[in-house]
Design a protein around this ligand. Sequence first.
Ligand code: ADP
Length: 398
Amino acid sequence: MSSLPVLVLNSGSSSIKFSVYEAGDGARTRLFEGAVDGIGTEFGEFWIKDAGGKKLVDQTPALPNRAVAFKLVADALHSGQFPAPAAIGHRMVSGGPTVLENQRITPPLIDEMESYTAFAPLHTPIAVYIMRQALEIFPGVPNFVILDTYFHRTMSEVAKHMPIPDEYAAMGVRRYGYHGISYESIIYQLQPSVPECLIVAHLGNGASISAIRNGRCLDTSMGLTPTGGIISGTRTGDIDPGVLLFILRQIAATAASAAEAADQLETVVSKRSGLLGVSGLSNDMRELREAIRTGNAKARLAVDKFCWTIARWIGSFVAELNGLDMLVFTGGIGENDIASRAEICAGLGALGIVLDPARNNVRGAAVISAENSPVTVRVIPPLEDLMIVNHVVRLLGE
Ligand code: ADP
């Protein structure tokens, strides 16, 4: 295959990240990357950096909505300053129960994925908007959807199934798992020596953890939606269903309709809970660490809850894997929050996880376990865009 520019579009609930790679036979070179961040605010950020990190664009535009935000990206990509994309890869959190394979995007496929917005309500609306825009502004350029659920397709039926009446299972209510592109990128970076029993903790604003045997997903913490699993920035993680009923009854007492009550409940479990809900202060680990330094007890409780939950998941995954060779931390907290890594691992010596405090005192890629630790513990930043490019190149060749 001759070398061609591949555009990667990766949207979050309030941001659009993008990058362009030159992809040839086996070679991948990132030409530039950029982001529009702060959609819905008066002072957003819009930047583009070249491969050397030099800022080519650095603006603070008002970003009242996603249309304004995406227009900035589209105009920049059409300015002639950057190579026109030959193919586009879109990161998609969930394609619902029917769109499970990475594939070429068509208008009916977008409609189908949009009909499953309930599976990833914070992510799907902006992602499908951007797909429709991209088909329109880059006519003839093949667009591909690359799914975060794809990696988890290898989970067993037991792991996927939920203990609910069959009629809901038939509607696609089951465990899917997310952050799959990040997990794939960790395995990609560990090649050719992928350990047999591996646990990866992706700890960012959204957080999840996966048990991986011989490079294939055995189990993961997130379920039907990214709200399940471990506690994260603003999400509950797994929770006693009775809590949802309790909150719903409070909300229902004043809500105008059942739909409004459901929306309010969603806001509580997805946007107001997790680290933010417990601390009453912030979903941002840096702010919580700062508050802990000044003696804030609720911030301490939130972070303790976070680390405790993750340690419990690691324990159950060691049981499921029936062993552990390597634990990898990734994501903004996993890569940068030295204290969280130390606190999570502090009680895991019996599982063979022993950190070296000096080695752990690091941000970015490193081996952080002690010399004599039976389990190797590493920090590896994810390379999600590169994985998307790899999928796009493979799909182009099919
Ligand atoms: P997202 O899930 O939105 O991609 P990230 O992977 O960027 O999120 O992770 C965001 C989290 O990482 C935030 O809680 C942030 O506080 C935390 N984080 C980023 N840098 C640091 C740092 N230097 N120290 C501690 N936490 C950090």
